[in-house]
Design a binder for this molecule. Structure first.
Ligand SMILES: Nc1ncnc2c1ncn2[C@@H]1O[C@H](COP(=O)(O)OP(=O)(O)OP(=O)(O)O)[C@@H](O)[C@H]1O
Ligand SMILES: CC(=O)C(=O)O
Ligand SMILES: [K+]
Ligand SMILES: [Mg+2]
Length: 579
């Protein structure tokens, strides 16, 4: 262990050096602790204190010095965010990300721009609906807004997937089901609507189903008892009256448990593969995979994408079946993120379990460092009305309090008339809950739930955990992170720090992927191999935009690895006061 002091900067360093098997030279783990007492208070102006943890593999050469060049003012910052930053300041920046499903009522360039200005971070296209041409136009409109108007909105396609549901015959939007009425459920095709008859989309829909089983529509819209089975046809008596909506989903229950069936439907149908192909060619950022039941399907898709697309596309697993819940950890581990698809999940698990299951999924995602979206019916009443119910606002706030990375609008934005208002409600409710949580954390600082050291890259994980603790204690204005693939940025986000995280990357797909991570503002810049130069350049760029001013302090974390000729991996933390 070596201890050095640096009188100019008034900071002390603790260094741990060890040799690596790769090279005869040193591996440094350097830690320095500030001598400045500023716990919980703002840093004093002109004080520089540094904590560095650095891993050095190999020898330094002049390459990084040669590459050091002056950058022009090419900082790409989302215009909506820039506006929010000017209005609310660093601490007021919303941390929870917002996903909007794009549908007929918000697909024009003007509507999309309005959503982007309203804080949409990711646009979701549900491939269940509409034509590929329609989706193509939407994607191109979003790319146009990004390129021409300076937004940073990522694109997600959501696969149709295969699930047993009622075939929609274009009949009225809902059909009433009276208690005691007897209905035929069949896979046989018929034209138009027939009274008391329901067509299922798959022949295997009644496989393994017995007389006496309960048939539940859409998680409780109506309930039936199976009274007769002839071939694959089921005769069912309505035991709890209700409604059939178009495309209703059904589930079978026996002795209070879901009857799980290994029907032959693949997770990705031929149409899904074609949609993914289309998405790759249009340069999408995320694929959300519907009805994932195991980690293999995620790994297959990721492998496929890596052979087909030169640009990484993140694969999100939608948790919407009992089976996916039973294999939650392996699915989370295999995926690049998760969507809690509460709509379909509510068909397979009792509704009263949804809040706790949601909490568990969010928790597991955070432990395993994967972004998580809470989706479906957040503000359902706003499909029709310009104001949400109080209960909906409470639901949104609970998801924010659980520290989900993102919230999602479905029909509210896709077919509702008040999509932009619904987005504003998410924006306001999440900002409010975030600041409340921050105050709550401040008061119970020491009791804060600690994240375990559990990830494979323990050095980076430790550095980020410490960095966030320092950032919160020093009440710095912002955290800057230099990152090639977003790893350190996501590890910082995982700690849900008080200050916003500005992630500087030179990789466009990393930038778009980070759009889904709590508290991260991703920025595209040319990164240099020289950490000090990156700090200097980005601070001056951000300063030139008037976003930081003299006396502000930023904590800087870096995981930028230098070129192969100089295999130098720096993972460092520094705190800088703007002068
Ligand atoms: N591109 C679109 N074109 C037409 N209608 C759409 C489109 N996208 C969504 N909708 C409408 O909005 C409603 C809600 O959309 P969403 O895609 O979230 O459905 P969902 O049933 O929650 O998702 P999933 O099918 O993945 O389970 C849909 O029922 C559909 O009526
Ligand atoms: C979003 C989605 O797929 C669901 O809630 O079912
Ligand atoms: K879908
Ligand atoms: Mg679904």
């Amino acid at each position: 262990m070596a201890v050095t002091t640096n009188s100019v900067h008034m900071c002390s360093h603790i260094m741990v050096a060890k040799t690596t098997p790769k090279t005869p030279s040193f591996n440094f783990y350097e830690n320095s602790v500030s001598g400045v007492a500023c716990n919980g208070r703002k840093l004093k102006r002109n004080v520089f204190c540094g904590v560095q943890a650095m891993v050095q593999v190999g020898l330094e050469d002049s390459e990084s010095v040669r590459k050091l060049r002056v950058l022009e003012g090419n900082l790409e910052l989302d215009v909506a965010l820039e506006r929010e930053l000017r209005e609310k300041g660093f601490l007021g920046l919303r941390k929870t990300k917002l996903v909007c499903t794009v549908g007929p009522t918000c697909s024009s360039l003007e509507d999309l721009e309005r959503l982007a200005l309203g804080g949409m971070n990711v646009a979701r296209l549900n491939m269940c609906h509409n034509t590929r041409e329609w989706h193509c136009d939407v994607i191109r409109n979003i790319k146009r807004l990004n390129e021409e108007k300076g937004f940073c909105v990522s694109v997600m396609i959501d696969t149709e997937g295969s699930q047993i549901h009622v075939v929609d015959h274009g009949s009225p939007s809902s059909v009433k089901v009276e208690e005691g009425s007897v209905w035929l459920f069949t896979a046989r095709k018929f034209d138009g609507s027939r009274p008391l008859t329901v067509q299922a989309n798959d022949e295997g829909f009644s496989e393994g189903i017995k007389v006496g089983d309960e048939l539940v529509i859409d998680g409780g819209m109506a309930c039936f008892e199976v009274i007769e089975k002839i071939g694959s046809d089921l005769h069912c008596r309505c035991s709890d009256s209700g409604l059939f909506l178009p495309g209703a989903k059904f589930s079978f229950w026996r002795d209070g448990r879901l009857v799980q069936r290994n029907h032959e439907l693949p997770t990705l149908s031929e149409k899904d593969w074609a949609d993914i192909e289309f998405g790759i060619s249009e340069g999408i950022d995320f694929v959300a995979m519907s009805f994932v039941n195991d980690a293999d399907s995620i790994r297959n898709l990721k492998n496929y994408i890596s052979t087909k697309s030169s640009r990484p596309i993140r694969v999100l697993a939608k948790i919407e079946s009992l089976e996916s819940l039973q294999k939650l950890e392996e699915i989370v581990e295999a995926s690049d993120g998760i969507m809690v698809a509460r709509g379909d999940l509510g068909v397979e698990i009792p509704l009263e379990k949804i809040p706790t299951v949601q909490g568990e999924i969010v928790y597991v995602c955070r432990q395993l460092n994967k972004p998580v979206i809470v989706a479906s019916q957040l503000l359902e009443s706003m499909v029709e009305y310009p104001t949400p119910t109080r209960a909906e606002v409470a639901d949104v706030s609970e998801a924010v309090r659980q520290y989900a990375d993102a919230l999602m609008l479905s029909a509210e934005s896709a077919i509702g008339l008040y999509g932009h208002k619904a987005l504003a409600v998410l924006q306001m409710a999440s900002s409010r809950m975030e600041s409340w949580s921050r105050e709550e954390n401040q008061q119970s600082f020491l009791e804060q739930r600690q994240l375990g050291v559990s990830l494979p890259d323990r050095i980076a994980e430790q550095i980020c955990n410490s960095a966030v603790e320092i950032a919160n204690n020093l009440a710095v204005d912002a955290i800057f992170v230099f990152t090639n693939h977003g790893h350190m940025a996501s590890l910082l986000s995982r700690n849900r720090p008080n200050p916003p995280i500005f992630a500087f990357t030179d990789d466009e797909s990393t930038r778009m992927a980070l759009n889904l991570q709590w508290g991260v503002t991703p920025l595209l810049v040319d990164l240099l191999d020289d950490v000090e130069a990156n700090i200097k350049v980005t601070i001056s760029l951000v300063k030139s935009k008037g976003l930081v001013k003299e006396g502000d302090s930023v904590l800087v974390v870096s995981d930028v690895t230098t070129t192969i000729s100089t295999p130098l991996a720096f993972q460092s933390i520094q705190v800088k006061t703007i002068d």
